[in-house]
Design a protein around this ligand. Structure first.
Ligand code: UDP
Ligand code: MG
Length: 322
């Protein structure tokens, strides 16, 4: 499965995950083609067809006609955007790799600026959204809350409001390829290797064609993946909560014993008893749930299944696996 070590003869590899994007691909190719021609760099576009059930593969094959720099990796089913990006990085031959959305929400015009920073010596140039006008209030609020909470919890900060759209030097790509975890929280994985990082700003436009593939439920699960794969704080915090409760209980017990000794025992106390029992019961279930989250993830990792399966590749030269 793992492709051979490529010879880095190309300047820029664009990595484009696509899932039911037949409408967006021609416009994307057109605009990216124009931008890259202006920049005068050699480039390739690696499309990863993430198990689309529309005509995406056919549209991609059409787009390959007359271009020898377009590669298509066809997944055996939908593995998710994160897996698609992983595959793209495995197949990329460029000196730099840039994951980019096909819906033109990541403006290709920024690539020139990114390359300039790269030539100045930066290894990672991420594109930061300065406004989230195209997103709803709810989405931008939840995004803000997520970044704040995440960066408070985990060791490696992820830059706020930076998506997957970023330039990465070959060094960084190779580092990422050595991160074998099944749980691909790309924002975190991308941040983990470090290196010299900088950012460029842009305004995120609305989607060109089609609709977003991410709903709130998906995003929520995505956030949980992110937290649990880069932080063990949720596991540890319960020791502190437990210690606190034990301390308070001890003080309360001393108080109860003293009161019973002085005033004798009384039957009432149903309310306080009930509150304590329910509260602790709830807390224990919550804690168990969190341990379960981690255990489940450990199970996934231990099984060691491949991150993605390729049905076929197109446009990668003689030996189609490269
Ligand atoms: N995508 C994918 N697999 C999925 C979902 C999305 O490859 O399971 C691709 C999609 O085709 C697009 C990119 O990921 O190129 C971003 O998706 P989308 O625009 O729906 O996300 P949003 O911009 O709303 O965050
Ligand atoms: Mg989009």
């Amino acid at each position: 499965m793992s492709p051979q070590v490529p010879d880095h003869v190309i300047d820029v590899s664009l990595i484009v995950p696509v899932f039911n994007e037949e409408a967006a691909i021609p416009g994307f190719m057109h605009r990216v083609g124009a931008v890259m021609a202006d920049l005068g760099v050699s480039w390739e576009a690696i499309f990863v067809n993430d198990g689309s059930n529309d005509n995406t593969l056919q549209v991609l094959r059409d787009a390959q006609r007359g271009h020898n720099n377009v590669g298509v990796i066809d997944f055996s089913r939908n593995f998710g955007k994160e897996a698609a990006l992983t595959a793209g990085l495995d197949f990329a031959r460029g000196q730099v790799a840039i994951p980019i959305d096909v819906d033109l929400q990541d403006p290709p015009e920024l690539i020139g600026e990114m390359l300039e920073k790269w030539r100045e010596g930066y290894d990672v140039v991420f594109a930061v959204r300065s406004v989230r006008e195209s997103d709803s209030h709810m989405k931008s609020f939840s995004a803000r809350a997520f970044y704040r909470f995440y960066n408070w919890m985990s060791q490696v900060e992820i830059p706020r409001n930076a998506g997957d759209f970023r330039l990465m030097d070959r060094k960084v790509v190779e580092a990422l390829r050595h991160m074998p975890e099944r749980n691909r929280f790309m924002k975190g994985l991308f941040a983990w290797p470090g290196f010299r990082q900088t950012s460029v700003r842009y305004e995120r436009p609305a989607r060109s064609e089609g609709t977003s593939k991410f709903n709130y439920w998906k995003l929520w699960n995505f956030a949980i993946d992110g937290m649990t794969s880069f932080s063990t704080v949720p596991l540890r915090v319960w020791s502190y909560v437990g210690a606190m409760i034990a301390m308070v209980s001890f003080i309360y017990a001393v108080f109860l014993i003293a009161r019973t000794l002085i005033y004798g025992s009384d039957v009432p106390g149903y309310a306080s008893l009930m509150v304590v029992v329910l509260f602790l019961g709830g807390l224990q279930l919550l804690t168990l749930g969190i341990i379960g989250e981690y255990l489940g993830r450990t199970y996934q990792e231990v099984k060691g299944r491949p991150i993605y399966l390729v049905r076929d590749t197109y446009g990668f030269g003689q030996d189609e696996t490269r």
